[in-house]
Design a protein around this ligand. Structure first.
Ligand SMILES: Nc1ncnc2c1ncn2[C@@H]1O[C@H](COP(=O)(O)OP(=O)(O)OP(=O)(O)O)[C@@H](O)[C@H]1O
Ligand SMILES: N[C@@H](CCO)C(=O)O
Length: 312
């Protein structure tokens, strides 16, 4: 094998009440990475498209290179690798773009080198890349980007990642306001201490959301989409957030939250029809505000990252 191209999807991290421990993947949106064997030793990023020139080519700063370096440290590989990154996700959007780059790179290299690791074993290398890009080694973007579906990170030390059930019919609407909110900045506004009352409320909602996913109980999912830890500090950074939250209730959506560290808003709906209706309502909210947005409607992606092309 000489060259492999892989795709990794956009993801919604936190999923309201699950700060740093819950995430899910969406369809179609994501990053592509091509990795080739090279006669020159070392890891080189040779092409980046779709980033408007904003991302680093230094392999120790680009999440593709950081992830691959972390992987190669665990194996005996003396050769060279060349990386081409094709960004399909806006930067600092809340859709896990740093994670998608890292995961697509890892899946491609793993295949290129003969699958030395199981898919789940790639996660620690992707988390290392998130640490560089976001200032924190959170796994709630890279886990669903790699595995697909909904994922719970039960623990980080040691890493314990649990795939969850995806209820039939569940749809997601993503509302991406045209503003940048880098994860590291969005993490800096969070409270460092949580009251016992808030911890109890958050735990109940996390348990309720997980139970609702497995029982496919849309009402329980809806009641559980409540975040008392990150949202109060972060929603003030997103114009229109409160208006969207209010507007979707009458349409029958299950609820909404900040996608990852924002500014993208995710809205969960029990079917595709309501997902499109809340997309329309969100458009109206932001037209009134005068802030351009991108809108996406997607089923939950249960596939995760995958190989697109291989060349001998
Ligand atoms: N391939 C990459 N290499 C290095 N940095 C990247 C790469 N892709 C994105 N980034 C940067 O990583 C930082 C974290 O942003 P990212 O784009 O993941 O946040 P996001 O899209 O808001 O996602 P989330 O909030 O869900 O983590 C941003 O500064 C972004 O420019
Ligand atoms: N859990 C992370 C997700 C970032 O995408 C945060 O909220 O900072």
């Amino acid at each position: 094998m000489q060259k492999v191209t892989a795709f990794a999807p956009a993801t919604v991290a936190n999923v309201s009440c699950g700060f740093d421990i819950l995430g899910f993947a969406v369809d179609d949106l994501g990053d592509k990475v091509t990795v080739s064997l090279s006669g020159n030793p070392g890891i080189r990023v040779t092409k980046i498209e779709g980033d408007k020139g904003k991302l680093p080519y230094e392999a120790d700063k680009n999440t593709c290179g950081v992830a691959i370096h972390a992987m190669l440290e665990q194996m005996d590989f003396e050769g060279g690798l060349e990386i081409e990154l094709y960004k399909g996700l806006p930067l600092g959007s809340g859709m896990g773009s740093s994670a998608a780059s890292a995961v697509a790179a890892l899946v491609a290299v793993n295949r290129l080198l003969g699958n030395p690791f199981e898919k789940k074993e790639l996660l620690p290398f992707a988390i290392e890349a998130e640490r560089i890009a976001c200032g924190a080694g959170h796994a709630d973007n890279v886990s669903p980007a790699l595995l697909g579906g909904f994922v719970l990170i039960r623990d980080y030390h040691p890493l314990d990642v649990i795939p969850l059930n995806v209820p039939r019919g569940l749809y997601c609407t993503l509302v991406h306001p045209h503003l940048v909110l880098n994860t590291s900045d969005s993490r800096s506004v969070l409270r460092r201490n949580v009251s016992l009352k808030d911890a109890t409320t958050q735990s109940g909602n996390i348990a309720g959301l997980v139970a609702g996913l497995f029982q496919e109980d849309m009402s329980l999912i809806s009641r559980s989409l409540n975040d008392v830890i990150a949202e109060p500090s972060r929603s003030v950074l997103i114009p229109g957030y409160d208006e969207v939250k209010e507007a979707i209730k009458a349409a029958g959506a299950l609820g909404c939250g900040i996608s990852g560290s924002g500014p993208t808003i995710f809205i969960l709906s029990p079917n595709e029809e309501i997902a499109w209706e809340v997309s329309r309502l969100s458009q109206q909210v932001f037209e009134k505000i005068g802030l351009p947005i991108d809108l996406y409607v997607s089923a939950i992606n249960t596939r995760g990252a995958y190989i697109i092309e291989e060349e001998q």
